[in-house]
Design a protein around this ligand. Structure first.
Ligand SMILES: Cc1cc2nc3c(=O)[nH]c(=O)nc-3n(C[C@H](O)[C@H](O)[C@H](O)COP(=O)(O)OP(=O)(O)OC[C@H]3O[C@@H](n4cnc5c(N)ncnc54)[C@H](O)[C@@H]3O)c2cc1C
Length: 326
């Protein structure tokens, strides 16, 4: 269990559940932190709850984020946390267990926080194939996103593991970074069109079931097949199955699409009033910069939604006061 710790950057005491926050942000990756930054700067009372397990934690460097290219992923999040602290956002290290309708946010082993709006930015989990070595090398020299990491292994002997139908496209794409790319179809059935495209693009095919990744001196050396052959490679790619951390949204009754992903509008608003979902929990393809953009857009929309409610309340109170003086 993750120990719940509280950093009330506003200088207030630890949340007891008595205060009503304007917004609870669940998940402090790029998506959640960006929303919290915008909302903190809008002087909203915001609490961020984070379990501390961002998706890209296994990677040493993060690429493709303008002005932050090559930064360790944890450094980006540390910088973000320092920025939101400056605007009085409370940060709780812990896991949200459940969200009650009307928004009571229940923390594992902690209080129930009352909130007016909810932003879920809980990311996703990459489901990896059960091949020895895959889990250990993940995010190091076993990679998934050419846009994030292929430049760093350009011109090297690369492999694509055929553990998902997306592997063919991944191999065709990777050819942009190296002229020595081998696709190991493993258990994948390739169509005649796949084979023609791969050949035309100058890719190599090596059939046979993959047994394990060969690692020596903490570096990938190759891919071993069940028949004992070893294909020497210095980096490999595979396409994991993305599984969104959307249990909280599912239990709240948020609509999903045919592929099982929570449906949102362009601001991240779900079908349940007052609930937004951004980043990888809503879109598996969102890279860090896109997740940050989604968070910022949702923060803007949530503040507008709160403003509408604040104005309605103010008008009601104003009318009551005016009636009382008549
Ligand atoms: C190995 C690897 C390398 C990558 N490299 C790059 C790269 O170089 N460049 C790039 O742009 N993208 C990269 N990505 C993609 C990147 O990880 C995602 O784009 C990014 O993490 C999405 O941000 P997010 O805020 O949606 O989710 P996350 O960063 O995953 O953050 C979600 C947070 O929510 C927390 N959480 C989940 N459930 C709960 C709960 N119930 N209660 C409280 N907290 C909870 C998690 O612990 C986590 O801290 C990489 C991905 C992987 C797997």
């Amino acid at each position: 269990m993750i120990k719940t710790t509280v950093n009330t950057s506003s200088g207030s005491t630890a949340p007891t559940g008595d205060e009503v926050y304007d917004v609870a942000v669940i998940g402090a990756g790029a998506a959640g932190l960006s929303a919290a930054l915008l909302l903190g700067r809008a002087r909203r009372r915001v609490v961020v709850i984070d379990a501390g397990e961002p998706r890209n934690a296994p990677a040493a460097h993060m690429h493709g984020f303008l002005s932050r290219d090559g930064l360790p992923p944890a450094t980006l999040l540390d910088l973000g946390q320092a920025e939101i602290a400056h605007y009085g956002v409370d940060v709780i290290r812990g896991r949200v267990e459940h969200v009650e309708p009307g928004y009571g946010v229940r923390l594992e082993g902690g209080p129930v926080l009352r909130v007016r709006r909810l932003l879920v930015a809980t990311g996703l989990r990459d489901e990896l194939p059960d091949i020895p070595g895959v889990r250990e090398r993940w995010g190091r020299d076993l990679l998934h996103c050419p846009y994030c990491h292929a430049y760093e292994v350009r011109d090297q002997p690369l492999a694509v593991l055929g553990t998902h139908p997306g592997a063919v496209h991944q191999a065709l794409l990777l050819r942009q970074w190296s002229d020595d790319v081998v696709l190991l179809p493993h258990t994948l059935d390739l169509t005649a069109q796949d084979r023609e495209q791969l050949k035309a693009r100058g890719l190599y095919l090596i059939e046979g079931e993959i047994k394990q990744l060969v690692v020596d001196d903490d570096r990938l050396r190759g891919i071993e097949l069940a028949d004992g052959r070893v294909v020497p490679r210095t980096a490999a790619f595979l396409f994991p199955r993305p599984v969104p951390h959307d249990e909280l949204l599912t239990r709240l009754g948020c609509d999903k699409d045919d592929a099982g992903w929570v449906v949102t509008d362009r601001t991240g608003r779900t079908s349940v009033a007052g609930v937004w979902a951004v980043g990888n929990v809503a879109d598996a393809r969102a890279q860090v910069v896109a997740a940050a953009g989604m968070g910022s857009t949702a923060g803007f929309a949530i503040n507008t939604d709160l403003l509408d409610e604040d104005v309605d309340r103010a008008v009601e109170q104003h009318r009551h006061a005016a009636a009382a003086t008549r």
